[in-house]
Design a protein around this ligand. Structure first.
Ligand code: ZN
Length: 304
């Protein structure tokens, strides 16, 4: 999820413990945002961001280390800091659990495995999750004076959020099945959730020298916005496929495809983009290269 949603979810879930366990509650709020501090890797450049985001700070190893610190602090400095760090670990588990349901991919097994896992249940900005969270925060504001009500509101909110995520897993499974059934011969199909409607998905699959994209309604099975996009990966110059930018994006998405190729007498222009994630018409990852007659790159532009 985006960091604002993570912060709101952390605050809503932790509010119930604030009167009785303030250290734990503060830790839970912080833990819900701390993993995304890896976004500062952007200071090291776009490549560093693509390589680092949702890796070590989102790993089981990081969460286990924080939990161990909590246990150690319990014996060294007493329960206050120990509870704060325990809250931090709980918040991190919530954060990583939610990120796993998105489509970017989390290296949860870092450093043992660098494989990114994405369940494709919920897009990283999700309207129903935001409405649920803001409504619960509104109730917390209303019942703020009544300390006995806060644990109930937070507890019911966490329960409903859990039920919502479970429902999204079932809807996504149905969407994946419908997409597969519409073309049994397809070797690989990506089915990406959308922001506004939990039952709408964006599908992408391979054809020969092309990719097929369409929107899919997981309730009715209806397809819309169908497009066939010609791809030029077979003719992709080595100078482009050797670029770190191309390799980093291709590792994120097998549908990172050369979609435009223009040849003039002394120059060639290539555009590569991810056909899988098309939400908000994003150009995230799009790489535009100009090459000379010898196939060497003259200039490149990477939108990250
Ligand atoms: Zn994250």
């Amino acid at each position: 999820m985006d960091i604002v949603t993570h912060a709101l979810i952390g605050a809503t879930a932790a509010a119930g413990w604030l009167p009785s366990q303030p250290e734990l509650a503060c830790g839970v709020v912080l833990g819900n945002v701390v993993p995304d501090l890896d976004a500062f890797s952007r200071l090291g450049g776009k490549q560093a961001f693509i390589r680092c985001h949702q890796t070590y700070t989102h790993s089981l190893a990081a969460m286990a280390a924080v939990l161990l610190v909590s246990v150690g602090l319990h014996f060294v400095s007493g329960p206050v800091w120990s509870m704060f760090v325990l809250g931090l670990a709980i918040g991190m588990v919530m954060h990583v659990g939610l990120d796993l349901t998105n489509s970017y991919g989390v290296q949860w097994a870092w450093p043992i495995s660098r494989r990114r896992v994405a369940l494709d249940w919920i897009f990283f900005i999700d309207l129903p999750a935001l409405i649920l969270t803001i409504a619960a925060l509104g109730l917390i504001g209303m019942f703020g004076q009544d300390m006995a009500m806060l644990p109930w509101v937070s507890g019911i909110y966490v329960g409903l959020l859990f039920v919502y995520v479970a429902m999204r897993s079932l809807i996504a499974r149905r969407a994946q099945r419908l997409a597969k059934e519409s073309d049994e011969a397809a070797e690989r199909t990506a089915v990406i959730p959308t922001t506004w409607l939990p039952w709408m998905f964006l599908v992408c699959r391979d054809l020969e020298n092309a990719s097929e994209t369409f929107a899919l309604n997981a309730i009715t099975g209806q397809q819309s916005q169908a497009r066939t996009v010609a791809t030029f990966d077979a003719e992709l110059p080595a100078a482009v496929s050797e670029l770190i930018e191309w390799q980093a994006m291709r590792a994120l998405s097998p549908y990172y495809r050369a979609v435009e190729q223009k040849q003039s007498s002394d120059e060639q222009a290539i555009v590569v983009r991810d056909l899988r994630i098309r939400n908000f018409d994003t150009r995230f990852g799009t790489l535009t290269c100009r090459l000379d007659a010898e196939g060497q790159i003259i200039d490149k532009q990477w939108e990250v």
